[in-house]
Design a protein around this ligand. Structure first.
Ligand code: ADP
Ligand code: MG
Length: 246
């Protein structure tokens, strides 16, 4: 099958620290890919580069018919990538001074240019899908961590993006809220939404992902279907990591 999303030779440096050292990755339409690896290895940076929250130094990102080259990315290119991606942050990153509904409409009215009425109807539909139909007027501080992250996910869902990016979406949550957030992500995955998810939840990754990518030191060390990567990893570094987390 051909790639819907194609990442080629992606390099990112912070000063003299090369954090991504030549990442190549192809996502097929509807493919759900989980990224695992030690902390400090560049997983968040990879996700952030994909919608230009961090600016890559070299390489190309193609999403559908949009190709963006790090060396000569225009403002229009970057906007085009952002329109094709939805990002779910570890710490929710909700606007504290906006209601749940307004957090969801924000991207629709600003990035998408939707009218307020159209965005509101979409947000109310999304609030129902994430089980928060009655919390549209609530502010983040009045919601549990699980509810806040469901709003964070709803905000990304509302964009109907080609690619959803999840960066450790449950690792800031108290244990009691993890299940409801994983359930929501599982539902999105069941809909064959193309996604990249960085997660420490190995059992969850095994369950929902078509492919597991193991990263270390800014490189993809090894990748394969869950049963292969978790069952018979080839690389010593992968096996050492899995022993540590398992
Ligand atoms: P991971 O998500 O795998 O834990 P990160 O992508 O967050 O790793 O970080 C990879 C490396 O990049 C780390 O050494 C981190 O300190 C560094 N880094 C990340 N963001 C920045 C930044 N904005 N400025 C400087 N260094 C950064
Ligand atoms: Mg990270």
């Amino acid at each position: 099958m051909s790639c819907q999303i194609e990442i080629t030779g992606l390099v990112k440096r912070f000063g003299t620290n090369t954090v991504l050292n030549g990442i190549d990755l192809c996502l097929e339409p509807g493919e759900r890919v989980a990224i695992i690896g030690p902390s400090g290895t560049g997983k968040s940076t990879l996700l952030r580069c994909l919608n230009w929250l961090d600016q890559p130094d070299q390489g190309q990102i193609r999403m559908g018919d949009v190709t963006v080259d790090a060396a000569r990315a225009s403002r229009a290119d970057i906007l085009a990538l952002r329109r094709r991606t939805g990002f779910v942050f570890q710490n929710y990153a909700l606007f504290a001074n906006k209601t749940a509904r307004a957090n969801i409409t924000e991207g629709l009215t600003t990035v998408r240019g939707w009218s307020a009425d159209r965005a509101r109807a979409r947000a109310d539909d999304i609030l129902a899908q994430i089980g928060l139909a009655d919390r549209g007027d609530s502010y983040p501080a009045a919601m549990s961590g699980g509810q806040q992250q469901r709003v964070g996910i709803g905000r990304a869902m509302a964009l109907d993006a080609d690619l959803m990016l999840f960066d450790e979406p449950t690792s800031a949550l108290d244990p009691e809220w993890v299940g409801e957030v994983l359930d929501l992500i599982r539902r999105i995955a069941d809909g064959r939404q193309t996604m990249l998810i960085v997660t420490h939840e190995m059992q969850f990754a095994r369950e929902i992902a078509d492919r597991i990518v193991f990263m270390e030191g800014g490189r993809i060390v090894e990748q394969g279907p869950p049963e292969q990567l978790f069952g018979r990893a080839q690389d010593d570094r992968t096996r050492a990591f899995l022993r540590r987390v398992g």
